[in-house]
Design a protein around this ligand. Sequence first.
Ligand SMILES: Cc1cc2nc3c(=O)[nH]c(=O)nc-3n(C[C@H](O)[C@H](O)[C@H](O)COP(=O)(O)OP(=O)(O)OC[C@H]3O[C@@H](n4cnc5c(N)ncnc54)[C@H](O)[C@@H]3O)c2cc1C
Length: 263
Amino acid sequence: MKIIVLIKQVPDTAQLSANMNGLQLMASGPRIINPWDEYAIEEGLKLREAHGGSVTLLCLGTPDAVETLKRGLAMGADEAVLISDPQLAGGDSLATARALAAAIEKIGAYDLVIAGRSSIDGGNFATAVQVAALLAAAQLSYVAAIKAIDPAAKTITVERLMEAGRETVSSKLPAVMTVVKEINEPRYPSFMQIRKAAKKDVPVWSVADLGLDAGQVGAAGSQVKWSQIDLPPTREAQVEILEGTAEESAKALVDRLLAEKII
Ligand SMILES: Cc1cc2nc3c(=O)[nH]c(=O)nc-3n(C[C@H](O)[C@H](O)[C@H](O)COP(=O)(O)OP(=O)(O)OC[C@H]3O[C@@H](n4cnc5c(N)ncnc54)[C@H](O)[C@@H]3O)c2cc1C
């Protein structure tokens, strides 16, 4: 099976602080792999282990997003491609999807594209859906389990997580699928895998490499413009230190939690 996994580099929300400007944080704060996308990589690796083939990671981002791709390579992906070009800046989800879809077409015949259910920053839940539409591929969202897949017959049956239950759907391949965290438990790369991945080459494709022109991508190719991002206001909190021995303070803590009806 030829599997392509879409992964996004996102701001590390654990590093948020109240005096940060949201737009600056989006553009330049500390970065991590979008947590939902680790489930997408894991599912790609499991499918390759079961059916053979390859897993290619694809990311559109700034040049430092190569580190995100190397994290995915360390988990076990075969290869990675970074789409990076100053012309991509300020793109909305459709402009981003246009570049991703062009890169998928450049990679060539694929069976399955896997993405996370959403990013933790933009959170449009839209990019993968738009990629599917642009590729005219089947779209399977909120997948919590793959029930059956037949690469030869080019069919897939999945379970989708709904608000009140699960839905089983079947589709033809190629398809674009978004996954939820119920689907698997992402593996941790070993130290040796991280070192090996650090040495791998990651090709960088520009807008021109994708056969697109500047007016189709980035701010120029977008309809939705972000003007401001405000971080949540800081919450006032009170801190109380419980004095005494470990036993005394544990008892006092339990009494307080009971009194506050927390336990
Ligand atoms: C500095 C900055 C300025 C921006 N300005 C604007 C703006 O003016 N208008 C606007 O509408 N948006 C803007 N964006 C947001 C940008 O368009 C989105 O981050 C992008 O389109 C992806 O959408 P999303 O984050 O909502 O992902 P979702 O649609 O929630 O992501 C779903 C899944 O799609 C895949 N995916 C998403 N993005 C990528 C990617 N880049 N590479 C690989 N896979 C991906 C991942 O698997 C992800 O889990 C800006 C972002 C930045 C960093």
